[in-house]
Design a protein around this ligand. Structure first.
Ligand SMILES: [Zn+2]
Length: 279
């Protein structure tokens, strides 16, 4: 009897202990969670609000990375590339591969997720990786990805419709995270700080941005959740604009948040700040 019970426990553990797939940040975690539901255990490495340009691995992270069957990352950030040195056994999959990227200096702008249109490529790449590491589930991943893609197409139309009607076409934001959004939906975009958010702008650069914002009749400066608001407030004051929040790291604000709920909230704020029709 006892033997049977132990055998039962072992088979139970076998069925329910799933392999771990780890995503570097929330923008990659949301579609992974949807596509791989029921077939893998999934988790996200960076659980902080700031946008993932700099990250120090914690001891717990190293254990997760060593245990993971796959690590999904964009492959466009310095800290991500160092992970392979710290955890040589890691099986990592760069999802930024094959995408139409915007060049910045010697590297590329990583903020693909803020454009629903560009984001479709990431979802496709996640599907490919999952089918590669778990071929038995490939039909399932295909089905889940096409469901996710339908939702993305609807979101893309909402972005297109709303953002094509804006009275203001210049988006000023705490750091340059909106270049893909601007490219794909026809907006000018100005970052008070650069793509990687680290450098403090020189007074002469701040003056130029203030002048540019005034010329474009900007009425809102977007302050990103988790970023320093001081500069945004100062510039807003000089321009005579208000400050509105925008969640660019896609950090969940509510427990049930996913890509779509956060991006729809962002679109509402963009529509309000850029004075798009219906606002
Ligand atoms: Zn950023």
């Amino acid at each position: 009897m006892l033997v049977l019970f132990i055998l039962f426990l072992l088979s139970f553990a076998q069925v329910y202990a799933k392999d771990l797939v780890l995503a570097s940040s929330y923008p990659l975690y949301y579609p992974l969670k949807y596509l791989a539901e029921g077939r893998f255990e999934m988790n996200v490495l960076i659980k902080s609000q700031a946008d993932p340009h700099h990250y120090e691995l914690k001891p717990g992270d190293l254990r997760s990375l060593q245990r993971a069957k796959a690590f999904l990352y964009l492959g466009l950030e310095g800290w991500e590339l160092k992970i392979a040195q710290r955890v040589p056994e890691i099986k990592s999959y760069p999802l930024g591969k094959g995408m139409e990227l915007i060049r910045v200096g010697k590297g590329y702008d990583p903020h693909l997720w803020l454009s629903p249109k560009a984001y479709m490529g990431i979802v496709e790449n996640i599907q490919k990786v999952l089918s590669q590491i778990d071929p038995d589930g490939s039909e399932y991943y295909k089905k889940r990805a096409s469901e996710y893609m339908e939702q993305l197409k609807a979101l893309d139309s909402e972005y297109k419709n709303a953002l094509s009607t804006c009275k203001r076409r210049t988006l000023v934001i705490t750091h340059l995270s909106t270049a893909y959004l601007g490219r794909d939906y026809g907006l000018e975009t100005v970052g008070l700080r650069g793509v990687h958010a680290e450098e403090e702008p020189k007074p002469s650069e701040v003056r130029r941005m203030v002048e540019r914002a005034k010329r474009a009749k900007v009425s809102v400066i977007f302050a990103e959740v988790g970023h320093d608001e001081k500069l945004a407030k100062r510039v807003a004051q000089e321009v005579g604009a208000r400050v509105l929040p925008l969640n660019t790291s896609l950090f969940p604000e509510k427990e049930e948040d996913d890509y779509f709920s956060i991006m729809r909230r962002n679109l509402q704020r963009l529509s309000e700040g850029l004075e798009c029709q219906g606002k």
